[in-house]
Design a protein around this ligand. Structure first.
Ligand SMILES: *Cc1c(COP(=O)(O)O)cnc(C)c1O
Length: 359
């Protein structure tokens, strides 16, 4: 097994300072912070993703997404389940907020524990482990509910499943006539592109129409390996979209964001969504006011190809609400109120008062 093998990447994941020091230089303060934060929020990254980190620059966008930051412990606003997902689960693993489509958790494992993950608590925890029986039960539920025409496989990361098991899940969904579309949300092309193997692609190619959404947040992630992984998926006939998260100090700059979308479309990945960072515990240091997202979109719209411009939105317990003039019913320094697709109003804090971050 080697660096090019995804099982090797998984087995050699980095989750201690000692392992990390083989890739980058860390100050004593950074080491102390990583150790302190990891008592509350675990961390883990692949050797591949670590190899993209800047050796000395603490501001490196790759480091920020992968490594614990002391500010995670100072978040007066964050909540555990910002989407109230537990209220929307017909079975363990299904999350439904829309009439015709839903999210289906088929793994609670990820290649990397992203610091901004909105399922921070769920991923890699043994008590949230999704069993084969849970998955089969969800498939039974889907058979009975013919209004569902679009199923989004999510997690964790569906591609952390072995190809055979993933195929079994997809094949069973394909037997259900009313399910027209199967989609997969995965970050592996970004964090562990070795997962995109010819075997995986030829398996997926049998089950069209299949769509895949990936997550790249910064142009530094658009490497040759990532590009190859996306190309292999495209060649298997799969349209690719990108869902990025607006992260302070990573991509909240219109120039950086433009480089990201231009890089993506060159890789045949269409920018799909730009998410406002959730009010999720331990992510206060990443959150921006919604004006930064609006400004990024304003600087893209018209200045670049229409298909390079994602929709900027906030995910809420009422569904995803685009931050567009017709949906923003109220906005000031303190809060923003958004209309969902059914006309319900969701209010979210905007500029966080006392958003003091340390250091
Ligand atoms: C995001 C999401 C979907 C898919 O939404 P689209 O806007 O169609 O991409 C479906 N169900 C849930 C629960 C979601 O969070």
């Amino acid at each position: 097994m080697s660096f090019e093998d995804w099982h090797w990447q998984l087995e050699n994941r980095i989750s201690t300072v000692k392992e990390l020091e083989q890739y980058i230089n860390l100050t004593d303060d950074e080491k102390k912070d990583i150790e302190e934060v990891s008592k509350k929020y675990s961390w883990s990254t692949t050797p591949y993703y670590a190899s993209l980190m800047s050796t000395n620059n603490q501001e490196c966008p790759i480091r920020k997404q992968a490594l614990p930051n002391k500010n995670e412990l100072f978040d007066p606003f964050g909540v555990e389940d910002p989407l109230h997902e537990e209220e929307h689960q017909p079975t363990k693993g299904l999350v439904r907020v829309y009439p015709d489509r839903l999210a289906f958790t088929v793994s609670n494992q990820c290649a990397m524990l992203c610091r901004h993950c909105f399922r921070k608590k769920f991923v890699n925890m043994t008590e949230t482990y999704i069993t084969k029986d849970n998955i089969l039960e969800s498939i039974e539920w889907l058979k009975e509910n013919s209004e569902i025409r679009d199923v989004l496989l999510t997690g964790g990361d569906p591609f952390l499943n072995e190809t055979d098991w993933l195929e079994e899940i997809i094949a069973r969904l394909r037997e259900i006539e009313h399910i027209e579309i199967v989609r997969i949300g995965t970050r592996t092309p970004c964090t562990m592109p070795q997962r995109i193997t010819p075997e995986l692609c030829s398996m997926l190619n049998k089950y069209h129409p299949l769509w895949v959404n990936v997550q790249f947040n910064h142009p530094k992630e658009l490497t040759e390996q990532a590009s190859k992984a996306c190309e292999m998926l495209s060649e298997a006939g799969i349209p690719l979209g990108n869902q990025s998260v607006l992260l302070k100090g990573v991509n909240d700059d219109p120039e950086i964001y433009q480089r990201l979308v231009h890089g993506l479309v060159k890789m045949r990945v269409r920018p799909y969504y730009l998410y406002q960072c959730q009010i999720l515990h331990g992510t206060n240091h990443f959150r921006t006011p919604i004006e930064s997202g609006i400004n990024i979109i304003k600087k893209l719209q018209g200045f670049t190809s229409g298909f390079s411009v994602p929709v900027y939105l906030l995910d809420t317990p009422y569904g995803k609400c685009p931050m567009s003039p017709q949906n923003i019913v109220y906005r000031d320094e303190k809060s923003v109120s958004l209309r969902n697709f059914e006309g319900k109003i969701w209010t979210e804090p905007n500029h966080m008062p006392g958003k003091e971050t340390i250091r």
